[in-house]
Design a protein around this ligand. Structure first.
Ligand SMILES: [Zn+2]
Length: 301
């Protein structure tokens, strides 16, 4: 049985046969490979790897999937179908069986463009709330995106951060005024969280660490609410038997950030009294104890 007719379609804009993406090296697929496994090995997201190989795919993934199957059949020479007949598996016998993987320069560029896309999408652009006197606007994230695009904020791909991310407000050497450290699997809301620290850097804010973190947590939950709607259930933090006080603080941080994000979305202004519990729990959580309520002034981006 061939691939289901609804799951394959000739490309509307064909990527020419023999196309080699800039910064790509050829790779011969073997049985057991998947876009997901090859993407992970290349520190990029699966769709970024697919679009690296076939840059003219439609933006809509449901449409793009059909064209990807056409390329797999006609260019990679895949013949092994998945059990639902909707896609192909890679196989060592595929002929020519060639795709392209990005070199490290391109991997970093892909990570950079992913950050820019997240900070300029409609979910981020529509962020608008004030926690007490601290106003957070979607347009601030556009300024951060512009700094990433122009290189004033550097992007460092660091697979060891896993789904986390970090914003370093100063970078020794070079010309960058700040730096994001991310992996291919850093979640979108974590990028918004770290970008909120970059927003305070952009504003040259003087701010206490616990308030800075609190507002970053609220912003990340606002992003998730704008993208996915209200949370389906309560997020439960992992147990920490060695440090139950920290565990309790983390649970309250997530509960409160989620509650305050609800207020941010429904009424924009979060009265400062509503923020007190979140502000006071942050220095109690193990990761933030050292910095506590230290006040510092950012130097701009
Ligand atoms: Zn943070």
């Amino acid at each position: 049985m061939p691939i289901l007719a609804d799951y394959i379609k000739p490309p509307r804009v064909l990527t020419p046969a023999g196309f080699v993406p800039a910064g790509g090296f050829s790779y011969k697929v073997v049985t057991g490979d998947s876009w997901k496994s090859l993407a992970a090995r290349s520190s990029v997201a699966p769709w970024d790897l697919i679009r690296f190989n076939y840059p003219n795919l439609p933006r809509d993934e449901r449409e793009a999937v059909k064209e990807v199957n056409w390329y797999l059949q006609n260019r990679v020479g895949c013949t092994t179908l998945t059990s639902d007949f909707r896609s192909y598996h890679f196989n060592s016998l595929d002929s020519p069986g060639t795709i392209y993987l990005p070199n490290s320069v391109i991997q970093t560029e892909i990570a950079k463009q992913r950050i820019v896309r997240i900070l300029t999408n409609s979910y981020t652009a529509g962020i608008l709330f004030s926690a007490g006197p601290r106003l957070i606007l979607g347009s601030y994230y556009l300024a951060v995106a512009e700094a990433v695009q122009s290189g004033r904020i550097a992007v460092k791909l660091d697979p060891s951060v896993g789904h986390m991310a970090y914003y370093d407000y100063s970078v020794p050497g070079g010309t960058a005024r700040g730096q994001f450290r991310v992996s291919a699997t850093t979640s979108e809301s974590l990028i918004v969280h770290e970008a909120t620290h970059a927003v305070f850097d952009f504003l040259k804010a003087t701010i206490a660490n616990n308030q800075n973190e609190a507002i970053a947590y609220i912003a990340q939950h606002v992003y998730d609410r704008r993208k996915y709607g209200p949370p389906k259930g309560r997020y439960t933090v992992s147990r920490d038997p060695a440090d139950p006080v920290s565990e309790m603080a983390w649970q309250l941080i997530f509960d409160e950030a989620s509650r305050l994000a609800g207020l941010a979305v429904s009424q924009t202004w979060i009265p400062i009294e509503e923020c007190i519990l979140l502000y006071s729990m942050l220095p109690v959580a193990n990761s933030y104890r050292a910095k506590g309520t230290t006040v510092y002034t950012y130097d701009g981006i």
